[in-house]
Ligand binder design. Sequence first.
Ligand code: CP3
Length: 340
Amino acid sequence: MTRSPLLRALAGEALDTPPIWLMRQAGRYLPEYRAIRAKAGGFVDLCLSPELAAEVTLQPIRRYGFDAAILFSDILMVPWGLGRSLRFDEGRGPILEPIVERSEIPVFDPDSFHAALAPVYETVSRVRAGLGPETALIGFAGAPWTVASYMVEGGSSRDFATLKLWAYRDPEGFGVLMDTLVDATVGYLDRQIQAGAQVVKLFDSWAGAAPEVLFERGVVRPTAAIVQRLAALHPTIPVIGFARGAGAQTRAYGSATGVTALALDSGIPLAMACALQAERPVQGNLDPMALVAGGDALAMEVDRILEALAGGPFIFNLGHGIVPQTPPEHVAALVARVRG
Ligand code: CP3
């Protein structure tokens, strides 16, 4: 059996045409997504409806022929599976009941957790059944630091004051929260892999908010534990690590966690991306706004990235999620240019 281009790149191969997929490739920029979203009721309901979630996962594959599908779900389904309340309000983003003290840290009970998230695992197997062998299926979870930020702050945050103060003032309690999220994340990804995910990605969207010592305690250590435990369960499944905003700490993040590949945000200069690529495959890092702009600006950025990175193991992607105002035809132009 020949492996899909995504799996080949993750195994260290430099392909003539790099595989391409986009973060948030299923989403509000697509009219067919908005139609299903309107029919599903709430966003959490959509994540828990295997038929609809599988359909929106497959929509961008049908439209653009991306090399990978990513499970349609959300990083906040882990707190939800741990029994925390979760809702998404129009224009406000996610809202959770914040954890304010150590006694409120949920206990990871695998039975109730997996029972609650069974619809997600069913989505994974439905999607896998709907894909050809050339298209890889990516499962994912939020990394503990980023998921904890939403659990502790009660939603999105500007300065992560509550999370950081907790980590500084009560290192032991913070450690309990990290350990709980490591256990839940390993269990969650293990089930996704059993259901048909061939690659997993850890989204640490707020890694850049952690200064050196907290980066070690909140980002590197929990991620390394997840990578190690997953490798023991599934030695051949690649892990893509996305420590967004990690900048100068990105290289240490790669070597200390043992992730298979690094997803790079748009702030990583291409010279640095090349140096990182000497150690492991890289993915990224087109600015989502260049995709909104389209035209010559988009073409120039795409060519610059290809010139720097396509000679090594590389996966074309954005540096962060596609934004809702992106014209769908710009995505088609991007795919055509990368496949040139
Ligand atoms: O990439 C994909 O196509 C797969 C699906 C996916 C979603 N969220 C769907 C989603 C993935 C991989 C995520 C990850 C996620 N969720 C992250 C990490 C990546 C990143 O963007 O940094 C984070 C931080 C979240 C938390 C989250 N989910 C926020 C802050 C929001 C609100 C902001 C927004 O864009 O509306 C969400 C909602 C969300 N998750 C939407 C989608 C398509 C939009 C909700 C809607 O359709 O109403």
